[in-house]
Design a protein. Structure first.
Length: 229
């Protein structure tokens, strides 16, 4: 994993330069990208999104917002209100943090209410609070939309592969022998319980927002998706 992470981090620097050049926004997104890279790898390996990364990133995002306010639907409320630039950036960053974290927390609460079990940890909520300070309301929305969509597709694929590969077949057979159900159904039930790291997919969504959206910003479809008039 080490050389893969090093290669991807180098690629991150190249993408940042190609997208933003040598500018202050480039510095902002380099810090952001490195934080996201740490969270992605940690979530894949140990299913943890460390508070030390999320809280540090939250503070760093607010600091950058004083000079580079994040884009977002908050423009409708805080721009053209004769507010100082520093205050405008902080308000937009806090709105982005609140929107991203509460949207994900609401989805988790709804999942628990319907399924009667936890669907995600609070680390994902804290991660989105950090992401919101960098990307704002619009970026947070797109991050969750893209991250959960990609995660759903890949997650379904993983479940199907595990089922076809006979994952936990012995456990299902023993349970079937004890009268708990048909082995076929039990194998599918076991495979469907496999958990993928949501934080890693949210991280992929972040990278798409930071690096893919600028290249597609001329698309009228994307403009409507980003709430632009």
């Amino acid at each position: 994993m080490y050389p893969i992470v090093e290669f991807l981090t180098g690629t991150l620097f190249v993408l940042t330069y190609c997208t933003y050049g040598i500018t202050l926004p480039a510095l902002k997104y380099l810090f952001f990208g490195c934080l996201i890279m740490v969270l992605i790898v940690t979530d894949i390996r140990v299913r943890i999104l460390p508070d030390v990364v999320n809280f540090f990133g939250f503070g760093l995002g607010l600091a950058f917002a004083t000079r580079i306010p994040p884009d977002g639907i908050s423009d409708l409320f805080v721009r053209n209100r004769d507010l100082p630039t520093i205050l405008t950036g902080i308000v937009e960053a806090l709105l982005g943090a609140a929107f991203g974290s509460f949207l994900l927390w609401g989805a988790a609460a709804l999942y628990k209410l319907v399924r009667k079990r936890e669907g995600m940890g609070m680390g994902d909520v804290k991660m989105m609070a950090m992401v919101g300070t960098f990307l704002g309301v619009r970026g947070s929305f797109l991050t969750i939309l893209l991250g959960t969509s990609i995660g759903s597709v890949i997650g379904l694929g993983v479940v199907v592969v595990l089922f076809l590969a006979g994952w936990k077949r012995g456990l299902a057979d023993r349970a079937s022998q004890r009268g708990l159900g048909k082995a076929h159904s039990l194998r599918w039930a076991i495979a469907s319980q496999y958990q993928l790291p949501l934080g890693s997919f949210l991280g992929i969504g972040c990278f798409l927002v930071v690096y893919a959206v600028p290249w597609l910003s001329q698309s009228s479809i994307l403009d409507r998706l980003l709430f632009r008039p």
